[in-house]
Write a protein that binds this ligand. Sequence first.
Ligand code: HEM
Length: 353
Amino acid sequence: MFNRRLQKNFQAFASNGIFTSSTTDPDWASAHGLLPRFFNALKVKAFYGTILDKTRVFMHEWSKRVAAAGPEGALLEHANDWFACMTADAVVKCAIGLDMRNVERKGAGEALHPFIACFRGGIGALLGHADLKKEMGLSYYNPLASKKDALHRIVLRRREEAEAMVSDMVEKTRRGEIGDANSVIGAMLNDKAPNTGEYVRLQAIYGHVINLMVAGHETTATTLAWTLYYLSKNPACEAKALAEIRDVLGDATEPTADHIPRLPYLEACFREALRLHPAVTAIARDAAADTLLKGKWLVRRGQRVNINLVALQRREDQWGGPFGDPSSFNPERFMPGACEAAGLPPRHPQASH
Ligand code: HEM
């Protein structure tokens, strides 16, 4: 159930999306029936060209900076922001067909696409970070307005702007100017959800698009950033990943979609970074029935259980032993067959994912 005060506050910007509504809500049910269809292996393979294109632009911008710096190399600041620009561009182009070109904009020192600026402003104000003077101008000096009210007003203003942009995306999809019938917006406009037999409500599309941004870009951006951080701190792992890439790609300068499943060590590096720093640090579930855990702890029906993924993914009994300290970076933990070779039960394929 998405019913706690903090969650309700989040809805002020993110509305009734797949993450920000209760599973009893019809808006949740129709989106839950439709959206996962975009994440099967075939679909993701179809997105490959766009993802590669966005990666290429990103590499071009970083290479320019490295080349300009000469043999000493360059210090690139705000790496996470670069990654977030790339992943936002990829997600929005794949899902909606809109090309925001944030990496190019950032590279040219220009303002980011207004949708990203608005999204960041809205979420930032929700979490209590906002430059009130900049956002509110003279009204910032109103002695009768509390900071909380000011932040709330910013959230509502940002939502209004974001809603107008999503409406524009819906119109452009209808006119065939962006995306197609298979884009996320196209599918929400044209298809009934298989589980409910209902269309997604037009007014609910805004929440689903914002939720997709929440779900889809900072998760992948921080995972990329942590993976590169750990590879830079562990030169032996970096060398092994590079050797695997050279071996599999041969003379090719860019990977094709078929190369990707043939890079298990590289995948293990991502999984290991994701284990140590899960982009979603906790998930919550409400008990469907009274449940006695381990014969000791009674969880009442409706009671919320928060699952701390950071702690779970560093448990000594699950992750220690032959692979060393659970807080250390060791991609070997995720290599196919590694657990069996160490005399342990096989790792669940979805572990740390
Ligand atoms: C490293 C990257 C990612 C991580 C760590 C991650 C993590 C998660 C987690 C933990 C959940 C389940 C939450 C829960 O059950 O309470 C989830 C669900 C979901 N994620 Fe991701 N995610 C990632 C990337 C993405 C991307 C790229 C997209 C879309 C572009 C996406 C879209 C979704 C959606 C739509 C759901 C909800 C599915 C449903 O309830 O039917 N995620 N993700």
